[in-house]
Design a protein around this ligand. Sequence first.
Ligand code: DGT
Ligand code: CA
Ligand code: CA
Ligand code: ZN
Length: 577
Amino acid sequence: MSQANQTLTYLFAEMADVLEILGVDRFRVNAFRRASRVLDGLTDDIASIGPDIKALTGIEGIGRGTAQRIAEFLETGNISDRGELMSQIPGGLIELLSIPGLGPKTIGLIWKQAGVESLDDLKEQLQHDDLAELPGLGPKKLENIRKSISFSESSGDRVHLGTAMSLARWFVSKFIEFDDVQQVEYAGSLRRGQETIGDIDLIVAADPKSAKTISNAFKSLPPVTEVLVNGTTKTSVRTTDGLQVDLRIVPPESYGAALMYFTGSKEHNIVMRQRAISRKMRLNEYGLLKGKMTVAGRTEKEIYRALDLAPIPPELREDRGEFNLAESDELPALIKLSDIRSELHAHTTASDGKWTIKELALAAAERGFHTIAITDHSKGQAQANGLTNERLEQHILEIRQVADQLKKKITILAGSEVDILSDGKLDYPNSLLEQLDVVVASPHAALSQDPKKATTRLMQAIDNPHITILGHPTGRLLLRREGLSPDMRQVITAAYERGIAIEINANTWRLDLRDTHARAAIEAGVKLAINTDAHGPGDLDQLLYGVVTARRAGATKHDIVNCLSREALNRWIKGTK
Ligand code: DGT
Ligand code: CA
Ligand code: CA
Ligand code: ZN
């Protein structure tokens, strides 16, 4: 999603939340929520439409008031109403909005009726049960809120990989436009592809004489709300979505050294410095030095080479065995985004997706995929409009029809994302599952089950003769809920014996299997699937996060079933039956 779309999606949702906390003006709450949803699903970059009221109101779901606010944002980088709204509630309430299970209505209630103005106030009141007396809050709900608070506190102020990635890419695209910037890249945990990100680190190569100009230009970019560190070569800012961005400007001859230093990980850097020392050299963010002479520094590659290593991809820089491989030039040829040729998990309007079968298939064909599996939810997912047995039968017929129409463009497979019920049974009878080409089986409910039960549950699902892929195996939502903690070794062994694949769900909320488990699966010889679980426009772009996670696991294209040719994929699927 474009940066402006993303920021506006967030701002309108936040304004709707604040209005709801205030408990006034239902009408405006709905208008802001709608605006946020529309912007979230918008394929065009709103910035390219521009501050033209007529063009903006031409977008379905955008009224005049919303259009004026969008135009104001595009012109000034701000919405003045937002400041006005914010001033009407205690600042500490905003923080409460990020606690799962605590909506704006409840926040309004505990603020007005119990005087809660901040997270600290809430935590204090949660020590006893007085809040349980308020309408709509019982002891059970309070217990859930306590659990959510402790979970979000343990995850800190981090954001999803996708949130940081789109913001960082936007900054990089701006820097490329500056004449004085010779090279620019994001570093840190983001470049290593970690599942959540603490802050964004940007490295720019430029003549030191232009550092001041570049730093000033950076500080005046629209998403910047606050300057935290105001130096010439180091500048830190906070952006509209609360994320910190650190910018370092270095001379071109140190660019590789700085990029390496700030990419980390710390553990990787420690080993690198030791290697330098054992060769009578020194490595720091300025370069690799022997006495007063610079041996390398302009590129990362020349530094690795000078230390007798093959260049190590950022995703592997965790001191988890990459040095042995790099010494003997045996680093895996990591999978690339362009190696992915098919999508095996996607939803349509039949359940909770926004695309019809045809729209989804055409979008997949446009990306160059040769195959897409349509996998809507099963009946247990009532809130997601899951398909009853009868509706699935009907849906299969429709899929076959569209498949026939589009067969010259793309192969469409009939599938289902069938629920793994809490006891491990699948949500459709085998007589129905056997009519499908692809069965992705995933857990959606009973996700706080104890690890033993979770293990048995997944093993039971893997035993089903019709399963093709075990979908998002833990059901975790990053920074929100932990999900199941099954014994992954047992699950991996079972998947290997059955010959099915395990999914890396590429959605930035999930990244499930996680990197370390994906690595264990690959080492055990299990095939992985990288699927976006697309529900609408833009979702196919999340594929990148799944690929990055697979790269952290050391995956090559041979480990991933989505990289197979059409014929080989077909054979592999048949082999799982
Ligand atoms: P994050 O931001 O928490 O997601 O994780 P990182 O890895 O991006 O950490 P960050 O932003 O604090 O620093 C970026 C990189 O810079 C880090 O991976 C290693 C390097 N670095 C930062 N501070 C130090 C330090 O004090 N010592 C060493 N050796 N490296 C550091
Ligand atoms: Ca960082
Ligand atoms: Ca940082
Ligand atoms: Zn799904």
